[in-house]
Design a protein around this ligand. Structure first.
Ligand code: G4P
Length: 525
């Protein structure tokens, strides 16, 4: 008989939804919350659409953009499982935090607009999931609109992302002629608009033929979908759970989040295959920390800047990796070897839940922080010291030259910049030629947060000069020759004193490569 901790851990399913802006992530999240019994008004997941954030006193920038801590982690119970959805903001809100959030999940759901196919941001986020080797489940959304050819969508997964697609169901038409889904996983046809008083699902027999009388077999749209499904059954990828677990194959579901069609089917099948929390490596002894280990451990994957400038506090988001979190417990912060009492904590619990349980592996807790934590920190209890692997650094794409507006205030400028960089808010580079500071980020919001916090927390007004998109490439310090630098490839050093070039564009990079063929250019990820 499993103990209570084992039972609780086995119930956890923690995932993030990755998608390109407008593919329908918010819409599908809201549908999932509805299935979880969390009734929210439509539009409340994305505060900016409803204006619901007005009451909270979060930081101004975040208010303007409608991001709030409460929608960063959504937890609900469904069919005996406890589900944690971690938000990965898109648009201008895209930041290193978005990437790091993917370090804290056990699987990912990829939402694709079926009319558009795979888009840029999906590709970037997918890359991180792939690197982690976590299972990825795909939802081809907006089938109520004219979509691309489903065969093309499946082959795009392989061609663009390098992951095999395994269609769990197949759309019968799209847009105006969407009839339903041919659902080979559940052996049924799900009708998009069943006639009033008739069944929504029509069962299929072992040969995949409809078991009940229906007009569908005479419908060309159905015949087409059935022919495609038969073809895929014959010649397509085989369902392979081992590949799914490693992120080499993705189960694909079609549907419409807006029409709430195919979402429940997706959710149920997702829960059949999504993994429970896994082990995490302890770098101090090369052993794996099991999620059911009774000693508590977790790591900080995100720090959300001060919600209230008067208090200057922040929230450190911790992914629990083992044991059980209890309010007021003492933990050790591995980096400093100091004891901390976790009393001021936000648990991201569903507001409708009655039995509040403690957080276990897979759950996220938010610690109110006055400057103790840094991104990647490990906290733990017990005699055995734990240190989880460092979080990867993500190659920035946007750059800003930054300086203090008031030269008399250099001290606070330097203090602020170094603390914010340590916290992981932005990345910092210094030019070889002049010692200027250049900030790097993956999203514009990071600069805005930086500027705001410098002003509010360090009383340092900064001047930012956009350098735009650049391609960052590290080189071996032994190969460094400062004369290789030019205005089109700025030579800088990172905070670990490693040299890199910021190339203006791919043309500049190629030119450099042709000129110095022996110098190896490396990207971080
Ligand atoms: P995001 O979080 O990925 O950015 O996307 P979001 O859910 O906000 O959806 C983007 C737009 O696409 C929204 O329309 C939404 O209603 C629409 N949408 C989402 N899923 C579907 C679907 O299955 N079918 C169709 N036809 N549309 C879908 P909007 O007009 O931009 O926003 P709103 O003003 O309606 O909220």
């Amino acid at each position: 008989m499993a103990n209570a901790l084992e039972q609780n851990v086995a119930k956890r399913r923690t995932f993030a939804i990755i998608s390109h802006p407008d593919a329908g992530k918010t819409t599908i999240t809201e549908q999932l919350l509805l299935y979880g019994g969390i009734v929210r008004e439509a539009g409340t997941v994305k505060g900016k659409k409803s204006g619901n954030f007005a009451k909270s006193d979060w930081m101004e920038i975040e208010q303007k953009r409608g991001i709030s801590v409460t929608s960063s982690v959504m937890q609900f119970d469904y069919q005996g499982k406890r589900i944690n959805i971690l938000d990965t903001p898109g648009h201008e809100d895209f930041s290193e935090d978005t990437y790091r959030t993917l370090m804290a999940v056990d699987s990912a759901v990829m939402v694709i607009d079926a009319a558009k196919g795979i888009e840029a941001q999906t590709k970037k986020l997918f890359k991180i999931c792939k690197m982690r080797g976590i299972p990825i489940f795909t939802f081809m959304n907006k089938m109520d609109r004219d979509s691309r050819d489903p065969i093309e969508l499946i082959s795009q997964l392989e061609d663009v992302l390098g992951i095999e697609g395994y269609p769990m169901n197949w759309p019968i038409g799209s847009g105006k002629v969407l009839r339903g889904l041919y659902d080979r996983y559940n052996n049924r046809v799900a009708l998009y608009r069943p006639k009033e008083g008739t069944e929504k699902y029509l069962p299929l027999n072992d040969e995949g033929e409809l078991q009940v009388a229906s007009d569908l077999p005479n419908d060309e749209v159905y015949q087409d979908a059935k022919a495609n499904m038969d073809l895929i059954q014959e010649a397509g990828n085989q369902f392979d759970l081992e590949k799914i677990k490693k992120g080499d194959q993705t189960p694909v579901f079609f549907g419409s989040a807006l029409a709430n069609f195919g979402v429940e089917t997706f959710l149920n099948a997702y829960l059949d295959f999504a993994p429970m929390p896994g082990d995490h490596e302890n770098t101090l002894d090369d052993e794996e920390v099991q999620p059911t280990n009774p000693n508590f451990s977790g790591f900080v994957f995100k720090i959300q800047a001060n919600m209230n400038p008067r208090h200057r506090d922040r929230i450190a988001f911790v992914r629990v990796c083992s044991g059980e979190f209890e309010r007021g417990m003492d933990v050790k912060l591995e980096r400093t070897d100091k004891k901390l009492r976790l009393s001021n904590v936000t648990e991201f619990v569903a507001n409708t839940r009655e039995n509040v349980e403690n957080a276990v592996a897979g759950d996220i807790i938010g610690l109110y922080d006055t400057g103790n934590f840094q991104i990647g920190d490990t906290i733990y209890t017990g005699k055995q010291a734990v240190k989880f692997p460092p979080l990867p650094q993500f190659t920035p794409e946007l750059f800003m030259r930054v300086s203090a507006k008031n030269v008399m205030k250099q001290k606070s400028f330097h203090k602020g910049i170094h603390q914010l960089v340590q916290e992981g808010a932005v990345q910092l580079y210094t030019t070889y030629s002049t010692g200027d500071y250049i900030l790097g980020a993956v999203g514009q919001l990071q600069f805005e947060v930086f500027q705001f916090r410098m002003q509010n927390e360090y009383n340092s007004e900064v001047v930012m000069e956009p350098l735009g998109h650049k391609i960052a490439r590290w080189i071996d310090p032994d190969q460094l020759d400062e004369s290789m630098s030019s205005s089109r490839n700025i030579l800088v050093r990172d905070t670990h004193d490693q040299p890199l070039f910021l190339f203006e564009n791919t043309f500049a990079e190629r030119w450099f490569h042709d000129k110095y063929p022996d110098v190896k250019l490396m990207s971080k990820l």
